[in-house]
Write a protein that binds this ligand. Structure first.
Ligand code: 15L
Length: 265
């Protein structure tokens, strides 16, 4: 049986860097794409690297050739001016999906964000937390780009039958940094578990899932992820005494709901 080949865009970014060692396994080749050069010699044998932008259709055509699944993490990860958000995040996601379709890639995982629904009030859906597919309420141009990403994913599933998972990632870092992240933290290990669940679902579908650990202070639903076999094993609470004191924000997006639109920060 030939190796499974997975393309990861944005592989040199924060989440990409956390995921590379966690997704590596025998029988799997990780093809890493980033605008920042990655040194294949430093990354082990089961790795291929491509340097280029998610906005470049030729690069994406090359990157998608012979690939079994795409994990699209690339793009701008915070607020920025509209033109850049449009080009890198919205056009870039379209370029990735179009290249995947043209290459016959059956499965795509899209890194959406809690900021697609940042203006939802914490607790508005009741005690089980905000549903993973609640309609979008973006808090920034960045959040709009994540809403557009989900819409594009839905379109490519409905039109072309591709299996598309959109992950509304909370805060995926080594550890939570503040009170809000005690609710929204996605541990790196859980992020890898969620990606593995998406990579192995049997039925092609379109789904929106929360990318959040089973935190004691969770405010979003785990149910949709659990339906495809995701089981979080981590809880931000173990870091609770290490974060500065503070209040949980009223709105899910926290500070993103107040920053000036289009302002690079
Ligand atoms: C995101 O979508 C960002 O990419 C990340 O840098 C964090 O700000 C995160 O959301 C968050 O809300 O904590």
């Amino acid at each position: 049986m030939s190796d499974q080949r997975i393309l990861i865009t944005g592989a040199a970014g924060i989440v990409g860097t956390l995921m590379r060692p966690r997704l590596a396994r025998p029988g799997r080749i990780l093809r890493l794409l980033d605008i920042a050069p990655l040194d294949p010699a430093a990354l082990g044998e089961q790795v291929e690297t491509i340097t280029g932008s998610v906005t470049d259709a030729e690069v994406l055509a090359r990157a998608c050739a012979g690939v079994d699944a795409v994990i699209h993490l690339g793009g701008i990860s915070r607020e920025d001016d509209w033109e850049r958000i449009l080009e890198v995040n919205i056009d870039g996601t379209h370029t990735v999906l179009e290249a995947a379709r043209a290459a016959g890639v059956p499965r795509v995982i899209l890194a959406s964000s809690n900021h697609a629904v940042g203006f939802r009030r914490i607790g508005e859906d009741g005690p089980d937390g905000l549903a993973a597919d609640s309609s979008t309420r973006p808090d920034t141009y960045y959040g709009v780009s994540k809403a557009a990403m989900e819409a594009l994913g839905s379109l490519y599933h409905s039109r072309f039958g591709m299996d598309v998972s959109c992950l509304r990632i909370g805060s995926c870092f080594d550890r939570p940094a503040d009170v809000r992240q005690l609710s929204l933290w996605l541990s790196p290990q859980d992020c890898a578990r969620l990606l593995e669940a998406c990579l192995s679902t049997a039925e092609p579908g379109f789904r929106v899932l929360w990318g959040v650990s089973a935190n004691t202070r969770a405010v979003v639903s785990q149910a949709e992820g659990e339906r495809i076999g995701y089981r979080s094993l981590d809880d931000a609470e173990v870091f609770a005494d290490q974060v500065p004191p503070g209040e949980l924000p009223v709105l899910l997006g926290g500070a993103f709901c107040d920053i000036p639109l289009g302002q690079h920060n």
